[in-house]
Design a binder for this molecule. Structure first.
Ligand code: FE2
Length: 407
């Protein structure tokens, strides 16, 4: 039986693991049922919503004795808030064309490798550098692009998305520009070994046989070998290509490395890779919503994923990230256009469908935080998150119409 202790919020301290609140979880900004108090700001937020909380003292002890083994990321004390250098609309205009170009260059690079060619290191380095510069100027513009999926472009899209998500997450973890470039390169090239696995196995719309699964798993070894034969590349990318399917509990592949043997960059790419893969439509499984993917990551923390990094990643992505398609209790449907950092269950949305699921002629913006002030009725609370394409709502169409999200 876990050791659970009831505490007044005044006695709450950084490092404690809260497992129960004196009110409904959904009425608070906390995403998951159970979270770590990471900084004084977390205590302030809990104090604003609750009088008492329950602490899992066993888990608190376990997590405080736990520390990741490499790199600066685990030592970052909290998630910093950065002020963007340029407006989101400006950055969006800046990167719109270059992102599409990067995607087609990535595709050509991967096609060349599949045909037996070498990795075009210049394409890889230039693409990653451009992504880092854009994320440093304003991360939301590129993150918005990762949400627009093109059918039949999965591998190129996945390489680029993992690169962008890793850079954005690395920025939140406090990595400097050079480290972000290295991490981005690891993300960009992590699955390059798949170009040595037959397409019929990669795209098989059914469960793989044992033999096929072994061939699929070998992409980690192929990736290592490909990168070993590539000169003038950051060598950490070799380790990540080889180790991004290792697990903290030692049950991963190809080497079943123990948790302490997995580098910090491999842990980060493992998380980001899983999140991006789960939120994409694949021939063998439909896309999960961001919330569903985060729940899986949460349940796998300390097993598949680094515990602290998983909790930070969940916090970074948030409960209703911009781009989520949400249905309200009223029946209306909208798209989240700006996450709310303090009250995460109350983002700003653009309502696109009426209560009877008819597209509105004139969409309207709704700031759900007005529910908290009593200005909007509670029937405007979010009832359910839906995936892209639900009710005929396609994010790509809204992006083309010029919708810009604040992520
Ligand atoms: Fe992989």
């Amino acid at each position: 039986m876990p050791d659970i202790q009831k505490l007044h919020v005044g006695d709450l301290r950084v490092g404690m693991y809260v497992c129960k609140l004196d009110r409904e979880w959904l009425d608070t900004p906390f995403i998951m049922q159970g979270f770590l108090i990471e900084d004084a700001e977390d205590i302030d937020i809990v104090a604003e919503f609750c009088e008492h909380v329950w602490i899992d003292t066993d888990y608190t002890k376990k997590i405080s004795s736990y520390s990741s083994n490499v790199g600066t990321a685990s030592s970052a004390p909290h998630i910093p808030i950065f002020e963007p250098e340029v407006s989101l609309a400006d950055e969006h205009r800046e990167i719109y064309k270059s992102f599409r170009q990067a995607r087609s260059l990535t595709k050509s690079m991967l096609d060349d490798i599949r045909l037996g060619g070498a990795i075009d290191t210049q394409v890889a380095k230039d693409t990653v550098k451009d992504c880092v510069q854009s994320v440093l100027r304003h991360p939301d513009a590129l993150l918005w692009m990762t949400k627009i999926r093109e059918e039949r472009e999965y591998t190129a899209e996945h390489c680029l998305n993992v690169c962008i998500l890793a850079i954005a997450f690395g920025r939140q973890l406090g990595l400097d520009e050079k480290e972000l470039e290295n991490l981005g390169l690891c993300g960009f090239l992590h699955d390059v070994g798949k170009m040595r696995v037959p397409v019929e196995i990669i795209d098989k719309p059914a469960a793989l046989t044992t033999k096929e699964f072994s061939m699929m798993k070998a992409h980690t070894v192929h990736g290592r070998n490909l990168l070993l034969s590539t000169s003038s590349l950051y060598t950490g990318a070799i380790d990540v290509a080889y180790s991004h399917h290792e697990r903290i509990d030692g049950e991963g592949y190809p080497r079943k490395l123990p948790g302490h043997g997995i580098s910090q960059f491999s842990r980060i790419i493992s998380l980001v890779d899983a999140y991006d893969a789960m939120t994409a439509d694949r021939c063998y499984s439909p896309a999960k919503t961001s919330t569903e993917a985060l729940k899986i990551i949460y349940n796998e923390r300390g097993k598949q994923f680094d515990e602290k990094l998983a909790l930070k990643f969940i916090k970074t992505i948030g409960l209703y990230p911009a781009g989520s398609i949400v249905e309200l209790y009223s029946g209306e449907v909208g798209i989240v256009i700006e996450a709310n950092q303090r009250m995460r269950h109350l983002p700003r949305i653009i309502v696109v469908m009426s209560e009877d699921k008819k597209f509105l002629e004139k969409e309207r913006i709704l700031d759900l935080s007005l529910i908290e002030e009593g200005v909007l009725p509670r029937r405007n609370l979010i009832k359910q998150v839906w995936r892209d394409g639900s009710f005929g709502i396609k994010l790509r169409d809204y992006q083309k119409k010029g919708l810009v999200l604040k992520i």
